[in-house]
Design a protein around this ligand. Structure first.
Ligand SMILES: NC(=O)c1ccc[n+]([C@@H]2O[C@H](COP(=O)([O-])OP(=O)(O)OC[C@H]3O[C@@H](n4cnc5c(N)ncnc54)[C@H](OP(=O)(O)O)[C@@H]3O)[C@@H](O)[C@H]2O)c1
Length: 312
C-alpha cells in the first residue's frame, strides 16, 4: 500500500487525512512515479470543502494535481510531453495529475516532462500549475510592452508568476499584497500596494498615467471594483477567482478547451525560463505528507505567501 492525501468529509482542512491506497502497475503509455514533492493549492481546498461537488460517494476524495519525482516503472511507449521517452530512473514532473498528493502515482507519461537538473523537486512540482495559469491571464489581457498592469494577489502563488511574466513582456506592474509581503512583491518586480479601503485611489497615485489592464487572483469584490474603476476596457480585466465579474464584462478564466490549449502550449517555455533562473518559484513551506492537515490549515489562512509543498 502507499499513502495518499484525501478529504474524508466536506469540512476542508479539518477532514484532511492520509489514507492507504493500492498502487497500480503502469499500462501502455503510463509510468509510475515515486513522488519526491507534491503541491497543495486553493483548488484542493475548494474540492475538500465540497465547493466543486459534494457527493458522499466521492469520499474519501483523493487530492492533488502537481508532483515531481523519479520514474520507477514504465509501460510500453511511455513518452513525455516533451517528446522524449520516460524510463526507470528519470526525474520527471507535471501538473493535471489526479491524486498527485501521494507516495506514488501511476499516470500517462504524456502528462510529464523531464525535470531539468537546475530545478529542485519542490520547484518543479510547483512550477506549472501557477505559471501556466499566469500565462493564460496575460494572453487574455493581451499584456504587452508599455502596459501598466495591476495584479491583485501579487504575493500569492499565481500572482507572483503573473508579476514576473508581465515584467518580461515589458509591462510596468503594480501588485496588491498585505504590507508584510511588500518586499516579496518588490523582489518579483512590481510596485507593491496594500489592498483594503481606498485601493483604487492608492493605485491612481502610483500610476498617474493610468492602468491599462488588471489581473485578479484574489477574487474579492474590492479587487474587481478597483479594476473596473481603473481600467478603461473591461475586457482587459481578467480574473481567475471571481466568476461573477464576467457579467460586467471581465474575462473569467476557468476550465475549457481554450484553457487546456493555451496552458499546455506554455509549458516548455516556462520550464526553460525556470531552469535558466529567469522565473522564480516561491515556496512558502514544506510539510511531511503525514502532516498534510497542518499544510491545509496553512493554505486555508489565504496568506501562505507562495506554494505549499508536501514531502512523502
Ligand atoms: N481559474 C483558474 O484557472 C485558476 C487557476 C489557479 C488558481 N485559481 C484560483 O486563484 C486563486 C489564487 O490562487 P493562488 O494559488 O495564487 O493562492 P495563494 O497563493 O493563496 O494567494 C492568495 C493571494 O490572495 C491575497 N489575498 C488574501 N486575502 C486577500 C484580500 N482580502 N484582499 C486581497 N488580496 C487578498 C494574498 O495576499 P497576502 O498573502 O499578501 O495577504 C495572496 O497574494 C485561488 O482562488 C485559486 O483557486 C484559479
Amino acid at each position: 500500500m502507499v499513502r495518499a492525501v484525501a478529504a474524508t468529509a466536506w469540512s476542508g482542512a479539518d477532514a484532511i487525512d492520509v489514507i492507504d491506497v493500492t498502487p497500480r502497475s503502469p499500462g501502455p503509455g503510463e509510468v509510475v512515479v515515486a513522488v519526491e514533492a507534491t503541491v497543495i493549492s486553493p483548488f484542493d481546498l475548494k474540492r475538500a470543502t465540497g465547493l466543486m461537488g459534494r457527493d458522499d460517494r466521492m469520499l474519501p476524495l483523493r487530492l492533488g494535481n502537481e508532483a515531481a519525482g523519479v520514474v520507477t516503472a514504465a509501460g510500453t511507449g511511455a513518452v513525455g510531453f516533451d517528446g522524449e521517452p520516460l524510463t526507470v530512473g528519470d526525474e520527471a514532473f507535471g501538473h493535471w495529475l489526479p491524486g498527485a498528493q501521494a507516495d506514488e502515482i501511476t499516470v500517462p507519461a504524456s502528462m510529464l516532462l523531464h525535470k531539468p537538473a537546475a530545478l529542485g523537486f519542490a520547484e518543479a512540482a510547483a512550477l506549472l500549475g501557477s505559471a501556466t495559469t499566469a500565462v493564460h491571464t496575460l494572453e487574455a489581457a493581451a499584456v504587452r510592452d508599455g502596459d501598466v498592469v495591476l495584479v491583485h494577489g501579487a504575493s500569492g502563488a499565481v500572482g507572483g508568476m503573473v508579476v514576473q511574466l508581465a515584467r518580461r513582456r515589458g509591462a510596468h506592474v503594480i501588485g496588491t499584497a498585505a504590507p508584510g509581503r511588500h518586499n516579496q512583491v518588490r523582489a518579483a518586480g512590481a510596485q507593491p500596494v496594500a489592498y483594503g479601503d481606498g485601493l483604487a485611489e492608492r493605485v491612481r497615485a502610483l500610476a498617474p498615467g493610468g492602468v491599462t489592464a488588471a489581473i485578479d487572483t484574489a477574487g474579492t469584490d474590492e479587487a474587481i471594483a478597483a479594476s473596473f474603476a481603473l481600467v478603461a476596457d473591461p475586457a482587459r480585466v481578467v480574473t481567475i477567482a471571481n466568476f461573477a465579474a464576467a457579467a460586467d464584462g471581465a474575462q473569467a478564466l476557468g476550465p475549457g478547451p481554450d484553457t487546456e490549449r493555451i496552458r499546455s502550449a506554455a509549458r516548455l517555455d516556462l520550464v526553460r525560463l525556470a531552469a535558466a533562473g529567469h522565473l522564480v518559484v516561491s515556496i512558502a513551506a514544506e510539510f511531511p505528507i503525514d502532516d498534510a492537515r497542518s499544510a491545509y490549515r496553512m493554505l486555508a489562512t489565504g496568506h501562505a505567501g507562495g506554494k505549499i509543498i508536501l514531502r512523502p
